[in-house]
Write a protein that binds this ligand. Structure first.
Ligand code: MG
Ligand code: MG
Length: 249
């Protein structure tokens, strides 16, 4: 069942989304060669708790940290640790916050220092894919119009869309219905309605779309070792179209 949100619930979702955005602003400031992913995790957890929130990922199905940090060929669900980021790498940081009973969820892929032009292009393409997906999330469209917009754009740019993980509804739970795939034909799935809160999150690779899970049971990496990017916003559908709840100021 898809839960449509009341105006009071939307008010709370906005606050949760704002805190996720603040956490990303902190991460953006901290990322540089030499910083460890555990340092990012610690700083974000502190910021969230200080604001009265809960890091949604911590303990979720046993996940051991507050954020996911996925470096280079890691697509999503990387576990923060003592690894130091190096110049030229990319790191996808996924952050979830529960505040006042409601969740915000947003991921961003950050360059570490200077990166190669083709990697820059991967990041730009994935970010643009996110905004194209969001643009399709308007009343009257169907859920698969989002993934169709994403896939069409990404493949036109010569990259691949990951199939094994999808976007989702958001609310009191991080993962609500409906699933929001990043690929597929248009005009399928539930009709998009005002009050739907969705996490739209294209994952894009430079090579093939296949992923596998490492022995840590969490980290998803590309099978071919190609680099991957992940951009995600939580949005609320309004009568006038999508409103992004996790946008950084
Ligand atoms: Mg996320
Ligand atoms: Mg998500």
């Amino acid at each position: 069942m898809i839960i449509l949100k009341s105006s009071e619930e939307i008010r709370r979702l906005r606050r949760a989304g704002k805190l996720v955005a603040d956490a990303h602003a902190l991460v953006a400031e901290m990322i540089r060669p030499g910083v460890t992913t555990a340092e990012l995790d610690e700083a974000v957890e502190q910021l969230i708790r200080k604001a009265g929130g809960i890091p949604t990922f911590k303990g979720y199905q046993g996940f051991p940290a507050s954020i996911c940090t996925s470096v280079d060929d890691e697509v999503i669900h990387g576990i923060p640790g003592s690894r130091r980021l190096e110049e030229g790498q990319i790191v996808s940081v996924d952050i979830g916050v529960t505040l006042d009973g409601f969740v915000g969820d947003s991921a961003w892929t950050y360059p570490v220092g200077a990166i190669a032009p083709d990697v820059q292009r991967l990041l730009q393409t994935t970010e643009e894919a996110l905004y194209r997906g969001i643009e399709a999330a308007r009343p009257g469209n169907r859920i698969s119009d989002i993934g169709h917009a994403i896939q069409t754009w990404v493949e036109r740019r010569g990259f691949s869309v990951v199939r094994d993980f999808v976007g989702h509804g958001v609310g009191r739970e991080m993962h609500e219905e409906p699933q929001v795939p990043n690929f597929g034909p248009p005009g399928r799935g539930p009709r998009i309605k005002p009050g739907m809160c969705l996490a739209i999150e294209p994952m894009v690779t430079m090579g093939k779309h296949h992923v596998r899970i490492l022995d840590d049971q969490w980290t998803a990496v590309t099978v071919d070792g190609s680099l991957a990017a992940h951009f995600e916003h939580t949005i609320i559908v309004t009568p006038d179209g999508p409103e992004i709840l996790t946008r950084r100021e």
